[in-house]
Write a protein that binds this ligand. Structure first.
Ligand code: PAF
Length: 274
């Protein structure tokens, strides 16, 4: 497995592989890899990629000033081993300095799908995500890139960016990977205490309990109650059209239910495509 730190070196290597006709998959991550990430690498392998490039980069631009950028968990050694074991052929570990050169001044803004949900609570977040992902696309020349459904809004925003900016690649969205308890796998789960983990289960449980055909209002209220009863602080509970992310009136097929809630100081997200 190749390791790159310099954007230019990754770009050169990928360009050469592409000229040889090799099919390149990109799996963008912020590291501290867990089984969810591994499933993205495996998905790329099953889809017939000849080269699987995993980027490991805690992107400072997508964190707000009061968010967890500094304490976001990092473990490059373990990430390297997991990438290798999962079948990645290259890992990219850039530094903030070589991704964002002095006086970096160009950003990518998606202005529709990023407005609500996490975009409304985390100003600038999707601008940071779109910017870094666009850069990674330009560096890795992927035929396709794999993202996790856990970040549902992110996947929709990136699909829109690809469409609107004519990136020549396909976005693949892989299903949420859960712990046996139901908790959606996330690098941020490492912040949770044993008690927090227990309480956080209310998120997946309440999503699982959605009854098709009921009004979004009734189901949102029920989910809220269940989260609050578990001692979580609700950031949002929303039912939206799975593509436009516009509010939906009914819990029905084509709708996605999304939750963001705080368990202590840890912000957790989860969703269910109905
Ligand atoms: O989903 C993530 O881990 C990040 O938002 C991404 C896509 C790697 C961009 O930094």
């Amino acid at each position: 497995m190749k390791t790159f730190r310099e954007p230019k070196k990754l770009q050169k290597w990928c360009r050469e592989r592409k000229l040889e006709g090799r099919k390149i998959a990109l799996v963008p991550t912020m590291g501290y890899l867990h089984e969810g990430h591994v499933s993205l690498i495996e998905k790329a392998r099953r889809m017939g990629a000849d080269e699987i490039v995993v980027s490991v980069f805690v992107n400072p631009v997508q964190f707000g000033p009061n968010e967890d950028y500094a304490k976001y968990p990092r473990d490059a050694r373990a990430d390297y081993a997991k990438c290798r074991a999962a079948g990645a052929t290259a890992v990219f570990f850039p530094t903030p300095e070589n991704m964002y050169l002095d006086r970096h001044s160009v950003y990518v803004n998606e202005e529709d799908l990023s407005k609500g949900l996490c975009g409304a609570r985390r100003p600038g977040h999707f601008r940071g995500v779109c910017t870094v992902v666009a850069k990674l696309f330009n560096l890795a020349h992927p035929d396709f890139a794999v993202f996790g459904q856990k970040d549902y809004q992110q996947a929709q925003v990136i699909k829109r960016m690809v469409r609107d900016l004519n990136f020549d690649l396909k976005i693949v969205v892989a299903p949420i990977v859960r712990e046996p308890s139901g908790l959606a796998r996330s690098s941020r789960n490492t912040y949770l205490s044993a008690d927090g983990r227990e309480r956080a289960l209310a998120i997946s449980r309440s999503l699982k309990g959605i009854r098709i055909g009921r009004t979004a209002r009734a189901e949102s209220a029920r989910i809220r109650r269940e989260l609050e009863a578990a001692g979580l602080v609700v950031d949002y509970v929303e039912f939206v059209d799975g593509e436009t992310l516009e509010p939906a009136k009914t819990a029905r097929k084509g709708v996605t239910a999304l939750v963001a809630a705080y368990c202590g100081r840890t912000r957790l997200i989860d969703n269910r495509v109905l």
